[in-house]
Design a protein around this ligand. Structure first.
Ligand code: GLC
Length: 414
């Protein structure tokens, strides 16, 4: 074990983000925001959403379609005004059949097939005898020209569905709704999931000005006062980061080399693979690529019974090193994400005088043991006493509820 552990010391140092590094990354992030906003070369796309903060008084019953890359969720959301809502109905289905029956995220799938699948899920929730307005959370980088106009720049999160890049997402959905006979469902707003998360949080909390997803993917948005609009930063593509050789290895084997550098270091889609690459290197362990999931990592950290046979075969010593590797990778993820939050805070409120709520949704933030706490501790370490001005909170179901709010704003029911 002494040998195993000592070989990991160097790797651990390379994967540890010190508070000085957190500050440096925050500063680079702030500068990348400024450049991106000015339309200059930047890894941050800074995409306009055409949505400001909601009034909180929006009302009515809306369909919310949430398509993020792992699951499709359809919800019937009733906005009650005064910052309240109720989810009346909910349906979630995987985009990739665990039994291998279908996979709408593979290169063999066409955009029309994917959107027909989305329309089929909507049909299961919508009552044919009434009209609906639908808000669509589409969690990929899009150029927007208005609340209801979004063109897919490119897939992220290893999605490979053909024929969607460069297409107008609302049109793809509307055509699928028509093919399905759902003429009474009108898609009225398209938003990013980060924007949905911020809208949902800001519905009842005026201090909410940053929204983020820490799940399969990673991204953040913020409210830009100068434009009275929420900006989707596509921060998963931020790249001024201290990369280790494992990050290089992972990137080289990914679908799109050189893109989404931050996302590949922090999000649930990639953390298992990072741990596997490090473990294979230090434990002479054989485990196929992309087998370890973020849930497996949560189990490893939490000491749960392993799902994978390969994990049950490790000795107690090996398992303990694997646990340490996982902890280091997960902690790095939370610290890097916090560094970007600090960058945004520094941009919107340089003296940090106001209260800010950072709304976060996603499985990693919600379920990975210790993750939310590392974010909190890192903020405290960086901000000292002023950390009490910053409230990071879980905005569960935010992206779906946010879609309903966006549909309401587009319809003008404030
Ligand atoms: C990816 C997408 C981004 C989304 C994030 C979280 O980074 O590019 O649009 O917000 O995943 O789902």
């Amino acid at each position: 074990m002494a040998e195993l552990a000592s070989s990991f010391i160097e790797t651990k140092a390379a994967l540890t983000v010190t508070i000085e590094e957190v500050r440096r990354i925050a500063d680079r992030f702030r500068r990348a925001m400024v450049l991106g906003l000015a339309g200059e070369q930047s890894s941050l796309k800074m995409l306009p959403s055409y949505l400001g903060k909601p009034a909180g008084s929006e009302q009515g019953l809306y369909l919310a379609l949430d398509f993020g890359g792992t699951n499709v969720r359809v919800q019937l959301v009733e906005l009650l005004g005064s910052g309240q809502w109720v989810i009346r109905q909910k349906k979630a289905v995987a985009l990739k059949d665990p039994q291998g029956g279908y996979d709408f995220t593979a290169a063999q799938a066409k955009a029309e097939q994917l959107f027909d699948f989305l329309a089929a899920q909507i049909a299961a929730v919508a009552d044919e005898t009434r009209d609906y307005r639908l808000g669509h959370t589409f969690s990929f980088p899009c150029y927007q020209r208005g609340i209801n106009h979004a063109v897919l720049i490119d897939w992220t999160k290893e999605i490979k569905t053909t024929g969607a890049k460069g297409r107008e997402v609302g049109q793809l959905l509307t055509e699928a709704l028509i093919r399905r006979g759902l003429r009474r469902v009108k898609a009225t707003a398209i938003i990013n999931d980060t924007v949905g998360t911020l809208l949902a949080a800001a519905f009842g909390d005026p201090c909410a000005d940053i929204g983020a997803i820490c799940g399969t993917g990673h991204n953040a948005c913020y409210y830009e006062p100068a434009r009275a609009m929420i900006i989707n930063m596509e921060s998963g593509n931020f790249d001024a980061l201290p990369l280790s050789r494992y990050d290089e290895q992972l990137d080289a084997a990914s679908e799109k080399y050189g893109t989404q550098r931050l996302e590949k270091m922090v999000s649930g889609r990639y953390l298992g693979e990072l741990v596997r690459l490090i473990a294979v290197d230090h434990l002479a362990w054989h485990l196929g690529a992309n087998i370890l999931t973020a849930e497996d990592l949560a189990g490893i950290i939490g000491g749960a019974v392993p799902r994978l046979r390969e994990l049950t075969q490790l000795t107690a010593q090996e398992l303990s090193l694997l646990q340490e590797i996982t902890q280091v990778v997960v902690t790095r993820s939370a610290r890097l994400v916090t560094a970007t939050f600090l960058g945004v805070l520094d941009y919107i409120d340089p003296e940090l005088t106001d209260r800010h709520t950072i709304a976060v949704d996603g499985s990693l933030y919600e379920k990975m043991p210790g993750y939310a706490n590392v974010i909190k501790l890192t903020l405290a370490e960086a901000l000292g006493d002023k950390a009490s001005l910053v409230n990071v909170k879980l905005a569960k179901d935010g992206s779906g509820v946010g879609a309903a709010i966006a549909a309401a704003v587009a319809t003008g029911t404030g």
